[in-house]
Design a protein around this ligand. Structure first.
Ligand code: GLN
Length: 203
């Protein structure tokens, strides 16, 4: 049984919970979602999901409840993880256009993320994407006040690139067992990214 912790401080927790169940059924890798609100709940997890929402809130609350450090340790010690939207932001080592005075980050991926990259004109939109760690079938990207990945170093690399308003924008990143997306796979019926996380956890 693959135990997938879902950081449940704010944001799209229920949607990921449901997707972990579905991904388990579809992949044939039995999976159990586990709600994580406190450090003790990180024990025995095989994978971790950090949902979308508001990255400053998630970071501030994580620090307040003492989850920031142990979560960082879990990811740095090799627990595979998926961060979506705000979750991707707090996994990044560098954030631009963020809150004044900075915001608490896990800082575990060698990427730069630009918050609210698409601005007011494109608050939310959908787009078919090609994800390089999945099969060829397009993945429907749901973007809501989404960030973009603007720099990669060390072993981090782009995993999906979209052409938006005439320019190439990186909307997913991978570094070892860490996966981050600008968009919200949990808001589609497509469990392939969650199934990928289960396969990473089983290795
Ligand atoms: N704009 C949010 C942030 O900067 C992220 C939005 C989302 O997770 N849908 O934290």
């Amino acid at each position: 049984m693959v135990k997938v912790g879902i950081v449940a401080l704010q944001g799209g927790v229920a949607e990921h919970y449901h997707m972990v169940r579905l991904a388990g059924e579809r992949s044939g890798i039995p999976a159990e979602p586990v709600i994580v609100k406190k450090p003790g709940q990180l024990e025995g997890l095989d994978a971790i999901i950090i949902p979308g929402g508001e990255s400053t809130t998630i970071g501030v609350v994580a620090r307040r409840v003492g989850l920031l450090e142990p979560l960082r340790d879990a990811l740095l010690s090799g627990t595979p993880a998926l961060g979506t939207c705000a979750g991707a932001i707090i996994m990044a080592k560098r954030v631009t256009a963020g809150s004044k005075g900075g915001q608490p980050l896990l800082g575990v991926m060698d990427v730069e993320v630009h918050r609210n990259y698409f601005g007011r004109q494109r608050e939310s939109f959908e787009l078919d994407l090609r994800i390089d760690f999945l099969d060829e079938k397009p993945f429907r990207g749901v973007f809501i006040r989404a960030p973009a990945f603007t720099d990669f170093w060390a072993s981090a690399r782009p995993a999906a690139t979209a052409r938006i308003d005439g320019s190439e924008v990186h909307v997913a990143a991978v570094e070892g067992g860490l996966v981050a997306t600008s968009f919200h796979p949990e808001l589609t019926g497509d469990t392939r990214i969650h199934e990928y996380l289960l396969r990473l956890a089983k290795r």
